[in-house]
Design a protein around this ligand. Structure first.
Ligand code: AMP
Length: 469
C-alpha cells in the first residue's frame, strides 16, 4: 500500500567536504534553502571517525543554536530541509537519516520522490528488515546495505539503479561525501567550491550566502565522490533523457538561484510574464503581483505591456506555518492574515493581478474578492504565469489529487467565474516551451499529463486513488 506522506516531499539538501567549519556552513546553507521545506531540518557531520547529528521540527532558526551547532564537529557535513503539509511529520522522518551498516555509519539527505519506494520497502520488510521512518531515504540505505556489489561505491550505484523516481541526494560516510542526481535530473543540484572545499546544494542561492563559487550542475545520472583524494565523477546511472521539473522555474526555486544548466530563475520568470502579456493583453491601469512568487512575472508583464507595476498587495512575512484561525465570534480572516491591499494604489483602478499558478483556486478567489471589497478595484484581471495545472506531481512537488486541481475539472471560463475575475488567462504551454532552454529536456506533467517516469505495478488511476487526501 502506498503511503500518503510520499506525496508531500519537497526538500532542500546541502553537503560539504573538507572544511573546518563544515556544519556551520551547512547550517547557513539551510537558511538559504528554507523555502524548499519548513517542516523540519537536520545536519549530520563527521570528523572521519564519528558521526554527529542534530535535527528537529520547524524552521532552521528554531532548531539550531550555538550550543547544538558546537555538537557537530568535523570537516564533512550534510543538511536537509524537509517539507510536509500533513501526514507523518514526525521527527523520525526528519533527515538526514543515519544508519549503521556493514560499511560503517551512513547518513543520507534526499530531495525528490521515489515512485517504487513502497514496493521496495514491502519486499525488504518481507525479508525481516525493520524501518525507523516512512521516508524514501531509508529505503535507499537498506538497498545499499543489502547490495551484493563489490565495494561501497558499487553498492550505492546498485541501490540507485533499483530505485525509480526523482532524487538529488547527498550521502555521508566516515571520510567521504557522495552526491547523486537521478538519471532524468528532475530536481536541481549544483556543485560549488569554497576555500578549496567542495560543496553541493539543491540551489545556488545556498552558495551565495556562504560565499561559495558555483562550478557546475551535477549531471543527471552522475555520482560525485568527494574525499581526501579530491573529486571524482562517475556516470553512475544510464541517463536516457532529461526531465527537469518546469515547476522549479515557475514556483519552487528561489529567483536568485541558477538551475538546470545555470539559468537564472528570476530571468525565466520575468520572461514568462512578458510572454503572458503578449499572449493575454488587457487594458488596465496597474499590474500587481501576488507576492512573493508572482513578483518576477508581474514585472515582466508590466515591462512588456507598458502598464505600470506596483506592490498592490502587502504580504505579512511573519505568520509562520502554525497560524490557527480563531473559529468563534471572530470574522473569517481568510487570505487577509497573509495579504492586505494598498487602498491608495487600487481605488477605482483596472487591476491586472499576476500569480504563478492556480492549484485549487482558493487563493485567487479570495484575492479577487479582497481587491473588489469596499469599492476598491474597478476591474480585476487575473493573469497566471503558467498553464492550467491539470496533473498531480509524483516526483516531489506538493500538489493535491487530480480531482482537487480546479483546472482538471473546470474550463478557464468556469474558473474565471469561480474566482469572480473580470478576465482570466493562463500562459500557454507553447509559451512556456518558447522560454525555457531546451524545452524537450523538461517534465511538464502537471500541465500536459505526460509523466516521464512510469509507476511500477500501478495504473495512474490506482495511484491517484491511493494518493488521495
Ligand atoms: P490555490 O489557492 O490552491 O489555488 O493555490 C495557489 C497558490 O499556491 C498560488 O499563489 C501559488 O503561488 C501557490 N502554490 C503553487 N504551488 C504550490 C506548492 N506546491 N506549494 C505551496 N504553494 C503553492
Amino acid at each position: 500500500m502506498l503511503k500518503l506522506d510520499k506525496f508531500h516531499e519537497e526538500c532542500g539538501v546541502i553537503g560539504i567536504f573538507g572544511h573546518a567549519e563544515a556544519s556551520n556552513l551547512v547550517y547557513l546553507g539551510l537558511y538559504a534553502l528554507q523555502h524548499r521545506g519548513q517542516e523540519g531540518a537536520g545536519i549530520s557531520s563527521s570528523d572521519g571517525k564519528q558521526f554527529f547529528t542534530e535535527k528537529g521540527k520547524g524552521l532552521v532558526a528554531d532548531i539550531f543554536s550555538e550550543k547544538n551547532l558546537k555538537r557537530l564537529p568535523g570537516h564533512i557535513a550534510i543538511g536537509h530541509n524537509r517539507y510536509s503539509t500533513s501526514g507523518s511529520s514526525t521527527l523520525r522522518n526528519v533527515q538526514p537519516i543515519v544508519a549503521n551498516s556493514s560499511m560503517g555509519l551512513l547518513g543520507i539527505a534526499h530531495n525528490g520522490n521515489l515512485v517504487n519506494a513502497d514496493e521496495l520497502r514491502a519486499e525488504i520488510e518481507e525479508e525481516g528488515a525493520i524501518f525507523q521512518s516512512t521516508s524514501d531515504s531509508e529505503v535507499i540505505i537498506h538497498l545499499i546495505a543489502r547490495s551484493r556489489a563489490d565495494g561501497f561505491h558499487a553498492k550505492v550505484i546498485d541501490a540507485l539503479q533499483t530505485v525509480s523516481g526523482a532524487f538529488s541526494l547527498v550521502l555521508l560516510r566516515n571520510n567521504e561525501l557522495l552526491a547523486v542526481r537521478d538519471p532524468l535530473g528532475v530536481r536541481p543540484m549544483s556543485l560549488g567550491q569554497i576555500d578549496g572545499a567542495y560543496v553541493v546544494a539543491s540551489e545556488t542561492c545556498a552558495f551565495d550566502l556562504i560565499g561559495a563559487k558555483y562550478i557546475r550542475d551535477i549531471e543527471p545520472g552522475e555520482m560525485l565522490i568527494i574525499n581526501s583524494e579530491g573529486l571524482r565523477s562517475l556516470r553512475a546511472i544510464h541517463s536516457p533523457r532529461r526531465a527537469f521539473c518546469v515547476f522549479e522555474f515557475i514556483y519552487f526555486a528561489r529567483p536568485d538561484s541558477y538551475i538546470f544548466g545555470g539559468y537564472n530563475v528570476n530571468e525565466i520568470r520575468k520572461e514568462f510574464g512578458r510572454q503572458l502579456a503578449r499572449e493575454a493583453p488587457v487594458e488596465a491601469d496597474i499590474v500587481i503581483p501576488v507576492p512573493d512568487s508572482g513578483v518576477p512575472a508581474a514585472i515582466g508583464y508590466s515591462e512588456e505591456s507598458g502598464i505600470p507595476f506596483d506592490f498592490g498587495l502587502i504580504r505579512n512575512h511573519y505568520i509562520g506555518r502554525t497560524f490557527i484561525e480563531p473559529r468563534q465570534n471572530i470574522r473569517h480572516f481568510g487570505v487577509k492574515i497573509k495579504l492586505n491591499p494598498v487602498r491608495e494604489l487600487l481605488e477605482g483602478k483596472r487591476v491586472v493581478v499576476v500569480d504563478d499558478s492556480i492549484v485549487r483556486g482558493t487563493t485567487s478567489q479570495k484575492i479577487v474578492k479582497m481587491l473588489r471589497e469596499g469599492g476598491l478595484a474597478r476591474e480585476v484581471h487575473m493573469r497566471i504565469s503558467s498553464p492550467p495545472t491539470i496533473g498531480p506531481c509524483f516526483y516531489g512537488i506538493d500538489t493535491p489529487t487530480r480531482q482537487e486541481l480546479i483546472a482538471s475539472t473546470h474550463s478557464v471560463e468556469e474558473i474565471k467565474k469561480h474566482i469572480t475575475a473580470d478576465s482570466l488567462s493562463y500562459l500557454t504551454l507553447e509559451g512556456v516551451r518558447n522560454i525555457v532552454p531546451n524545452p524537450e529536456d523538461f517534465c511538464a506533467a502537471c500541465f500536459d499529463n505526460c509523466y516521464p517516469i512510469s509507476f511500477p505495478g500501478e495504473s495512474m488511476q490506482q495511484l491517484e486513488l491511493m494518493f488521495g487526501r
